[in-house]
Design a protein around this ligand. Structure first.
Ligand code: SAM
Length: 269
């Protein structure tokens, strides 16, 4: 009975996310409904009793729920990207309200690098900066570091630039739609953050290995178990290239963080 209700809830979330997949318009009802959907879904994903049900399903070998999990992950990622666009538009029009989802994300940012702190001398690369680049803003504001944000969505870059102009024109933040292979100063980057909803993040990590310096530290946002319905999960890395040095797990947060450093550096120590 409990499992059936759980399945039903997930199927309903998927239907609702699909409805908003390609809707990004000026209709404020759509924005409000999407906000509510993402807040509800965040609460569902971080609820301990749901997490227990998911773990039980996985033990029974039904974890993927016939592809439902994969679809939910992809559609909720699109929902969040669209929600960032709505939040950017709202800000550009003068409204600075904040939803539970964004509050949770901002709390996650506080814990990002564990003991590998960002300082005013750091250069941070953010992969998947989004239309509302709050990670870039918070890091640049709190630490004085330089932040380079990249995103494959031109509209997210365009809106992101306006958000930075509004909230932190004095900050050292640059946003662009450029593949990592063509980024200027990539060798000088000291910290890299991957957004958890970037599907190709582990392929990109592999590609970044020869491009980056030996000391670079990588924060890979991810979500395993029930959280993998809202985030791309953690994967094994090539142990000769990237070594997992720490994980930051937070039960009440939407995503967790895996910290990697280069294996060559690790072996030398
Ligand atoms: C919504 S934002 C950030 C969401 C959330 N804060 C997180 O940690 O995932 C995710 C952004 O990643 C971008 N993105 C997705 N795949 C990407 C890729 N391969 N390279 C760069 N950006 C990507 C999307 O266009 C979207 O704007």
């Amino acid at each position: 009975m409990k499992l059936t209700m759980f399945d039903q809830s997930l199927a309903e979330y998927l239907t609702r996310f699909k409805y908003y997949a390609d809707r990004f318009d000026d209709i404020s009802r759509h924005r409000t409904e999407l906000e509510r959907l993402v807040d509800d879904y965040s609460a569902f994903i971080t609820d301990q009793s749901n997490s227990n049900i998911w773990d039980e399903l996985e033990r029974q070998g039904a974890g993927g729920l016939n592809g439902l999990a994969e679809e939910l992950r992809a559609y909720s990622a699109r929902g969040v990207a669209t929600l960032e666009k709505y939040r950017a538009l709202k800000l550009i029009k003068g409204d600075t309200g904040i939803t539970d989802y964004f509050r949770n994300i901002e709390e996650c940012i506080e814990k990002e690098f564990g003991s590998f702190q960002v300082t005013s001398k750091s250069i941070v690369l953010l992969v998947g900066s989004g239309a509302f680049p709050m990670t870039a803003l918070l890091i640049a504001k709190r630490t004085g570091a330089e932040v380079i944000g990249i995103d494959i969505d031109d509209e997210a870059i365009r809106l992101g630039v306006k958000v930075i102009e509004t909230l932190g024109p004095e900050l050292k933040i640059r946003l662009e739609n450029t593949p990592v292979e063509y980024l200027d100063y990539i060798k000088e980057v000291t910290h890299i953050i991957f957004s958890s909803t970037v599907a190709e993040k582990y392929d990109m990590l592999q590609r970044l290995h020869p491009l980056t310096n030996e000391e670079v530290v990588v924060a890979m946002r991810h979500g395993n178990r029930l959280k993998s319905l809202f985030n791309y999960p953690m994967k094994e890395t090539d142990e000769d290239k990237w070594k997992l040095v720490d994980t930051v797990l937070r039960r009440n947060d939407i995503f967790d963080i895996a910290l990697y450093k280069k294996a060559s550096l690790h072996m030398a120590n």
